[in-house]
Design a protein. Sequence first.
Lengths: 402, 390
Amino acid sequence: MKWIITFLIVAAGTRPLSLAADWRQFRGNAANSVATGETLPTELSGDTIAWKARLPGRGLSGPIVIGEQVFVSASSGYAQDRLHVISIDTATGTQQWDREFIATGRTLTHDKMCNATPTMASDGERVFAFFSSNDLICLDLAGNLQWFRGFGSEFPNASNSLGMSSSPVVLGHTVVVQVESDAESFACGIDVESGVTIWQIDRPRAANWTSPAILPATDQQSALVLLQSSKGLTAVDPVSGSIVWNFDQGASTIPSVTVDSGSIVIPSNGLTAIRPGKDNTFEQLWNSSSISPGTSSPVVVDGWAFALNSAGVLSAGDIKTGERLWQLRLRGSFSSTPITANGYLYLFNEDGNAFVVKPEKDQGIIVSELDLAEKILCSPGAANGALYVRSDAHLFKIAERH
Amino acid sequence: MELQIVRIFAFLLTMALMSAVRADDISAAIDVLRAVRPGAADSAAARNAVQEVTTGGSQALLPLLHGFRDATPLSVNWLRNAFEQMADAETKAGRQLPQSELEAFVADQSQSPFARRLVYETLKRTDPGIENRLIPDMLLDASPEFRRDAVALLMTEASHLQDAAIATPLYRKAFSGAVHEDQVKTIAEALRKHNEEVDIQKHFGFLSQWSIVGPFDNKEEKGFAMAYGPELEVNASLDLNLQAEYDGQSAKVRWQSISTTDDYGVVDIAKQIENYKGSLMYATTTWTSNKEQQVEIRLGTPNSWKLWVNGQLVFEREEYHRSSQLDQYRVPVNLRAGSNTLLLKICQNSQTQDWAQRYQYQIRICNSTGSALLPSSSTARSEIGSGVRQ
């Protein structure tokens, strides 16, 4: 009995690691844009805007959600050298804290981007905020600094004059960052608790804005992190940093690889699907030049492969064959990656129009639209029945009114 | 009665000793934060130090802020997180921060600009009036952010005036403190509209007189790593020979003078000489310093480059056509008293896209606020051929 009471006390005092209800990194917990188990509102209207919270400065980074906190990064100041990590109460939209830091690396970017372009990540106990200046900041959920890595000063040539955008991912005890540019490139695994570099590998010296993805563990293979570049795709062991296999047929440097049900869909010559096999090999399933993403990363779910180009044409393909099944023209230009939940796609154009699309066998149907009237470049997050999306100035919570 | 006095005295003495010990602990903790090294090996110690400082409450506030002075950017981030935690805790406890001491700290220009700005913004949340009390005197502040605010106040005031005779001196005053391109540009336009002469180039401290030699071969971008004539001289610790003739990309090449009248100091090789594709040039100038000092060399270019100061390679960057901006690169450099020689290697690749045709650079010398430092004299080196002027 005593140990049960002890367990309950400990459990009550520890943050519940309710992974299913969190949205822990760019494109979600599995880094594949699928909000597993979530049911989001499909009839969007002004009434579904639960709240909007004011944000400082600028930001293209998407929100992440841990429990009842939604976190977002921002950068401010004339030189975009003020780095913000902000915690907001999911229930009320009230800001709980805003921790500011000074960038240690280069902060200038193309006007469309800003220093706060990469999306944050979390292991459920800490948050990791990464910036174009290559500053990686770890805070606990109360906003207390745990460690600070200034890769911008540690590796002063690893920068891009247009800006860096790769978002970190967390696998187990490792946060993986990809820092790739024309002048210097590397990827590294950082211990979530100490901030110490566990491994670091050289990467192709070429500008790259893609983010790592996760290949889940199987019976034969532990989980791998997938690093994309113009050379192709590299599967890396997140514990040791050793390279497990390489896909060397080239890939895009903007939209990122995605994974679902064991299929790896790479923005390579349109889209290319591969499947990992035994003994660190993989087989190519198909290639389709008629399903080609723009800035947005592809989304794979329920037998579909979706690609959205920058002009707003959504293409749907068969995940088994790569055959294009239908196209749907949306309105406006798109930078953000859509997410999917409960059989619907959620897409935001740069003018702030949200589209809910129901994919059917031979067509996509726009179920509802909502004009947020602010520029949206980030990819949304979803948790506990709510959709979170940010402009420079605001973070929006979109949810059913109860 | 006597016993009671003794007890009170003992209590006060104990409190004083505890306070002294506490102050020592806080001071030691601040030292830990100031000593944080790159990497994360010191993180655990830094976390403990933050906890030590924050539990010190208001007693730790000013020592913590003084600890920002000359701290590294990494340490500044640890120190400011400690301050934010402390300020949050005081607010939650319903206690006010010591306003007058903190306001005096903001006004003290000998303190860290980061710490002063942090305190200013914290105070401003509950006391917006602090802006009018402090900002007007910060036109020439050591913090570019304070300067920006002071310039903005003057610009706003001047923009509301119809009478140019009254507005112009205000714009002139604002111009004297402006270090940011957008403000300088707006003020310059307003002054020029009133037929006032404005020397933006001098204001920013751009280097406009150069000697340049090339083109040398950079096909397949191989030239970046190759040392040609001038670079070989520098590598051999020799003075540059501006009378020399070198084997260029397709012919013998000699140094020639080049200057720019562009407001933003852009030396445009493509326009002023030729956009030799797959080539590189060397450019040199001297800058005379009246003392030994640390400065920032700020450079903007869409091309790859290497920079030597007094024969030492201070930075190199192999990136082509990812944009060019004012102050794109900031290179801290120690200059010696007297003449200092800058040698720039600037590389063009063979890309054919419209947006990849720029072959240019702009360089200025300033302090860390971005305020121009002017040389005792600045000239292209030596007496050589006829000038090429934009």
